[in-house]
Design a binder for this molecule. Structure first.
Ligand code: NAI
Ligand code: MG
Length: 500
């Protein structure tokens, strides 16, 4: 399919960064075995700027045939190449080098992320810095992955080895593409695996640029392969591939279930980081000012397109008027606006699909009888801008309180006491994150224990540090990324018995 070359100048809206423009002009091919190659089918797809709906680039549309080729190459790199025999100190050097290169290109990566995803540039800069930290953190792990000697019978010596899993398929979403690249690639490489990574079709650009940096860092050919393309084709081919040993997926719960089913063919290891509908519980003794500003950040960061977004805001009954009034006033200052403007907090949504989805939930909220006390204004011009919205009078069983909207939409739900907050907060199929706001230390700890979620924030929200695990209870996923927990995801254990 020979589509016309896009007008980059129109799409980038005044961006003059030479590295960004140079990158956009280069062909966007697949990374297989250290080489950039077009899709075997010759097909490409358009990737757009959600702030103005202009085409930024044409990107190779990889599918099953390309995945097959990448798996062959990755398998060879894993079994026969240099990578498996590189010592841990040397692997650390590669990861440190990638971190350095990310920082050296921070500006360029942040602008590309904002152009392709629509996230506010200030957030994109934070994500880039965070990605470099993740590579450094796992560089440290390469030399600290231990086996154990076990208390065996004296006639035996038994020890365990922690070995890589092998060829990993890594499927990432469009919300936070740079962060997701780091969360997947850094621990996989630290443990000695090789990867075939598929970025989301909405936001392939930064993964491709990061692929170039991985090569520049000297990582051997075939260790990191990148297949751009669609979920139903390239993604599904990864999930069901008989020679992929592990799949790590971040995205919707719906697709997470498909991945799990597809993995059954060869029983590949699966880790899933899925959706959420996280309770943010505000007690009447909370510090009003920080609870308000942080709760706004909790449901509006990345325009609410965050798996752990605090979209169910539970407020203690007698505090409700004060809190909602302050939250509404504060949030009304943040209109969805130009994501390249450093002052912007809320950018456009990522795609037409998300835009339509969020608009439909704004309508649904009204139909269900909730009261829209703020926003949800939608621009009529180009770009997928939706202003932050707040619904009051929400019941926890309404669809706007149970389904992941993935937009800047908060549902305010009243609660009576601690017990009621926990019961309602846990009344969801998800369990990714939760937060509790109170000055009572003992209540904070009690509620943190009682909430069924993989992460609980006390008097804060959306804090993420590579030292700490991230992942979900219930239908929010399987396994934990980050921290030492990702080492479990990317290694397997061998027990060796030696007869003495
Ligand atoms: P999605 O789950 O379809 O896409 C995420 C990734 O999975 C993309 O790379 C996509 O290409 C891939 N994929 C899609 N179908 C696949 C399949 N059959 N086999 C293998 N890979 C596949 O998410 P989508 O459609 O972009 O968004 C829909 C909703 O999902 C959002 O509105 C949001 O509620 C949720 N979502 C949650 C995310 C999270 O971080 N937990 C991230 C993205 C979406
Ligand atoms: Mg989908």
């Amino acid at each position: 399919m020979a589509a016309a070359a896009p007008s980059i100048e129109k799409a980038v809206r005044g961006v003059t960064s030479a590295p960004v423009l140079d990158f956009l002009k280069r062909p966007k091919n697949l990374l297989i075995g250290g080489k950039w190659v077009p899709a075997k089918s010759g097909k490409t797809f358009e990737t757009i700027n959600p702030a103005n709906e202009e085409v930024l680039a044409l990107v190779a549309e990889g599918d099953k045939a390309d995945v097959d080729e990448a798996v062959k190459v990755a398998r060879k790199a894993y079994e026969e190449g240099k990578w498996p025999n590189i010592g841990p100190h040397q692997r650390a050097r590669y990861l440190f080098k990638i971190a350095e290169l990310i920082e050296a290109h921070a500006d360029e990566l942040a602008i590309l992320e904002t152009l392709n995803n629509g996230m506010a540039i200030s957030l994109a800069r934070g994500m880039v810095a965070g990605a470099a930290e993740v590579f450094r953190y796992y560089a440290g792990w390469t030399t600290k992955i231990y086996g154990e000697t076990n208390p065996s019978d004296p006639s035996m010596f038994n020890y365990t080895l922690r070995e890589p899993v092998g060829v990993c398929g890594q499927i990432i979403p469009w919300n936070g593409p740079i962060a997701m690249f780091a969360w997947k690639i850094a621990p996989a490489l630290a443990c000695g695996n090789v990867s075939i990574l598929k970025p989301a079709e909405q936001t392939p650009l930064t993964a491709l640029r990061l692929g170039e940096l991985v090569l520049e860092a000297g990582v051997p050919d075939g260790v990191v392969n990148i297949i751009t393309g669609f979920g139903e084709t390239a993604g599904a081919a990864i999930a069901s591939h008989p020679d992929i040993d592990k799949v790590a997926f971040t995205g919707s719960t719906e697709v997470g279930k498909l991945i799990l089913q597809a993995s059954a063919g060869n029983l590949k290891r699966v880790s899933l980081e899925l959706g959420g509908k996280s309770p943010n519980v505000i007690f009447a003794d909370a510090d009003l000012e920080s609870a308000v500003s942080t709760s706004m950040f909790g449901f509006c960061m990345l325009s609410g397109q965050v798996c752990c977004a605090g979209t169910r805001v539970f407020v203690q009954q007698d505090f409700q008027d004060t809190f909602v009034d302050a939250l509404t006033r504060y949030t009304s200052k943040f209109k969805a606006s130009d994501p390249l403007d450093p002052k912007t907090t809320v950018g456009p949504l990522v795609s037409r699909e998300q835009f339509e989805r969020v608009k439909s939930y704004l309508e649904l909220g009204k139909k269900e009888g909730a009261t829209p006390v703020l926003g949800g204004e939608v621009t009529s011009g180009k770009g997928y801008f939706v202003d932050p919205a707040i619904f009051t009078g929400v019941k926890n069983n309404m669809r706007i309180a149970q389904e992941e909207i993935f937009g800047p939409v908060a549902a305010i739900i009243p609660f009576k006491d601690e017990n009621d907050a926990v019961l309602q907060g846990n009344d969801t199929t998800y369990g990714l994150a939760a937060a509790v706001w109170t000055k009572d230390v003992s209540r904070a700890h009690k509620v943190a224990r009682a909430l069924k979620a993989g992460t609980v924030w006390v008097n804060c929200y959306n804090n993420i540090d590579p030292i700490s695990p991230f992942g979900g209870y219930k239908q929010s996923g399987i396994g934990r990324e980050l921290g030492k927990y990702a080492i479990d995801l990317y290694t397997q254990i061998k027990s060796v018995y030696v007869k003495l």
